[in-house]
Design a protein around this ligand. Structure first.
Ligand code: ADP
Length: 273
């Protein structure tokens, strides 16, 4: 039998209802704040390429179009600004789909070392422009078959290896190491570039966070790459970790499950008389 009087019981119910309502209001306020900040960030990021394209086109219309050399230079720059706008919008859509949980993961078995080799082949051209060498190390005796979303893991490796090239110095080195352990494959992406200061390290996975805004933009960065990496790995119940020393370089690491090689089913011998 409860010792509380009916009035106190009603009071307790009202109090817990008020607390629940208060929490709901706080969540709604936080969501509204997040949305406001997100829109402010996006508008700010979109302004740069739009403003640049506008500038080139207006200069052409004001007469620069008559000079063939200037015309080509300005058209190329306008095209480059539009390309970066395209990348930014695509990245924003991907991130938005991930954050709202609508993106689907398509898990299959594949060889992680082959995927990384494909990414390296794709980035080789950009790396060689700056004399950056990309190396891949793995134990050829071991299996590197994983179970994951191949397309999304391609994106993760592409973002991380491209960053290791972008934020490296000319003539630098990027080393990608694959380590097959008992149940996991660990991927380490190590560069000997500029490194990341400790106070920035915990913030680089936030959308639009850049250590050096000007340098990142000049290198074609949207500031969304690592936020996308983090979300994709979360969808694989994995995490990205980073350690870095300013002036020496950084190592980004993540793990994926090692898919056990399936043993062939032994056939029962059939004896015939
Ligand atoms: P961005 O598109 O600007 O490269 P990311 O989200 O990929 O954006 O990275 C966020 C920031 O983290 C970058 O702007 C850069 O300042 C820093 N960063 C990422 N990778 C590296 C790296 N390998 N070395 C040094 N800084 C890095």
């Amino acid at each position: 039998r409860s010792s509380l009087s009916p009035l106190r019981k009603i009071n307790t119910v009202i109090n817990s209802y008020a607390i629940a309502r208060q929490k709901e209001i706080e969540t709604l306020q936080k969501n509204a704040e997040f949305r406001r900040e997100f829109i402010a960030d996006i508008s700010h990021e979109l302004k740069t390429p739009i403003f640049a394209t506008q500038g080139y086109i207006h200069t052409l219309l004001d007469g620069a179009i008559d000079d063939k050399q200037v015309r080509m230079k300005f058209l190329k720059r306008a095209a480059k600004s539009l390309d970066s706008l395209d990348v930014l919008v695509k990245d924003l859509l991907t991130l938005n789909q991930m954050e709202s949980g609508v993106i689907k993961f398509n898990f299959t078995d594949f060889d992680l070392k082959d995927l990384i080799q494909e990414v390296i082949d794709q980035l080789e051209h950009k790396a060689s422009k700056r004399d950056v060498v990309i190396k891949l190390e793995f134990d050829p005796e071991k299996s590197h078959i994983t179970h994951a979303d191949r397309q999304k893991i391609y994106r993760v490796c592409q973002n991380l290896i491209f960053n290791a090239v972008k934020y490296n110095h000319d003539g630098g080195e990027v080393k990608v190491t694959l380590k097959s352990q008992k149940n996991t494959i660990q991927v380490d992406i190590k560069d000997n570039g500029q490194g990341i200061p400790p106070e920035d390290l915990k913030r680089i996975f936030e959308r639009f966070y850049r250590v050096e805004k000007s340098r990142s933009k000049e290198r074609g960065g949207t500031g969304l790459g690592l936020a996308i990496v983090k979300h994709i790995l979360e969808g694989h119940k994995s995490k990205i970790s980073v350690s870095s020393t300013v002036g020496k370089g950084s190592i980004f690491s993540f793990s994926l499950p090692l898919e056990k090689e399936k043993k062939p089913i032994e056939k029962t011998p059939v004896f015939e008389n």
